[in-house]
Design a protein around this ligand. Structure first.
Ligand code: FAD
Length: 379
């Protein structure tokens, strides 16, 4: 059974840890501050497309127009999570060009992190981008550790791909832990509750065929963080709403403060940023840098004509922050996911036709409906 079946949908929630069998549950539930789930408390709605490639991210070099182009894009629903390890992999290709001054096109999760990794390796970096945070698509993400979410189709997940993914995921995880405890809490851990009307080993009808079968890779690194625990009716506050519950422990990225931290570090170490849109790869020939890293995410589809990128639409709404809410929620089969970020409680709204859907216009009605479904847990 895959994670999608367990959650009742392909929600970008942290994962197998949330559902894997763990040690025996402990009792004594803590009282939880209720989420004030009201549609009129929605302060922002963002929709965007995950840059998904059935064969996984593209991390490879080519020569074009007299430049070395290192492609680094196509991270689906895992871009934030894998960013550090993926950038490390791209760095090897960058260093192979022997250039000391490089250009990075793109300032989303992948561009910013690649820039920081290159700076740490002693390179001088200039970012060129059409948009920078918070306007980039990365800023619309949920912001949880989800390193194999919509990353690669099962049929393309060869053992070699799995090995490379594992190295990236382990490197990323370690780097994320080094960012804990900082001002503004760019990275944090919290507990959460995954709830279900039916036992967790039963699939939820109606969700199976909405998206293709993505590869499950997390079992390769499952020992890195705590496993979820089954809870009895007296051990969680949602027993009257959902007969089956597990408690999970999840790493979360506060994207507003984290993006700011990345950019501040980038500028402090001498990074430069030029806001510019490229309409064709030929325009890259005019840049002074001879090594150019292509971190344009979904933009690579238009810029480099990469039709293998499939848009997978996603929408998040933010409720007014509640610092007292320190837990997440995933309600299988009810299309409810909430994450207690510092810049607002994120409520995900999964649509029925997200796969292949490039419509990035926010749909307020679906976010309001998601908040109303969440409210049912607290009524
Ligand atoms: C709803 C949703 C929830 C998600 N949740 C999570 C999550 O919880 N955890 C996780 O790890 N991942 C999550 N993701 C996935 C993650 O957000 C993406 O994998 C990641 O944002 C991709 O980053 P990127 O830098 O490649 O792309 P982008 O953020 O799109 O950045 C691309 C950059 O390239 C620039 N650019 C593009 N084209 C051009 C051009 N022609 N000229 C100049 N500049 C250009 C853009 O302006 C931008 O600066 C989620 C995605 C969605 C949609």
């Amino acid at each position: 059974m895959n994670r999608r079946d367990l959650l009742g949908s392909a929600l970008a929630l942290s994962p197998l840890a949330a559902i894997a069998d763990g040690p025996t549950a402990f009792a004594s539930p803590q009282p939880l501050a209720p989420i004030r789930a009201q549609p009129d408390r929605i302060i922002d709605i963002s929709a965007c497309t995950r840059p998904f490639r059935p064969q996984g991210p593209r991390i490879e070099a080519e020569r074009r127009h007299g430049k070395a182009i290192v492609h680094h894009y196509g991270h689906g629903g895992s871009g934030w999570s894998l960013s550090w390890g993926s950038a490390q992999r791209a760095l090897a290709l960058i260093q192979a060009t022997r250039e000391k001054e490089i250009a990075i096109v793109g300032c989303g999760a992948i561009g910013m992190t690649t820039a920081r990794v290159a700076q740490r390796a002693g390179l001088k970096v200039r970012i060129y981008c059409k948009d920078r945070p918070p306007e980039v698509r990365s800023s619309a993400a949920t912001g949880v550790w989800s390193p194999d979410s919509r990353l690669v189709l099962q049929e393309h997940a060869t053992p070699a791909f799995g090995d490379a993914w594992e190295a990236m995921a382990r490197h990323s995880f370690k780097t994320w832990q080094s960012l804990l405890g900082l001002a503004g809490e760019p990275v944090a851990w919290h507990d959460g509750y995954v709830l279900s009307d039916v036992p967790f080993d039963q699939p939820i009808a109606g969700w199976e065929d909405r998206e293709p079968e993505y590869a499950e890779l997390e079992s390769r690194i499952r020992e890195l963080w705590p496993r979820s625990q089954a809870l009895g009716p007296g051990e969680h506050p949602f027993a009257g709403k959902a007969p089956h519950a597990r408690r999970y422990t999840q790493m979360m990225f506060n994207l507003a403060s984290y993006s700011r931290l990345l950019l501040e570090d980038f500028f402090r170490e001498g990074g430069r940023l030029v806001q510019r849109e490229f309409e064709s790869p030929r325009q890259l020939a005019g840049l002074p840098e001879r090594t150019i890293v292509n971190c344009t995410g979904y933009g690579a589809r238009a810029l480099f004509g990469d039709d293998s990128i499939v848009p997978v639409r996603g929408q998040t709404a933010r409720l007014i922050p509640q610092p007292e809410v320190n837990y997440g929620i995933a309600w299988r089969g009810h299309n409810v996911v909430a994450v207690p970020r510092r810049d607002g409680i994120i409520v995900q709204a999964q649509g029925e036709n997200d796969y292949g859907n490039e419509d990035a216009r926010p749909d307020r009605a679906s976010s309001e409906a998601a908040v109303t479904r969440l409210a049912a847990l607290f009524s």
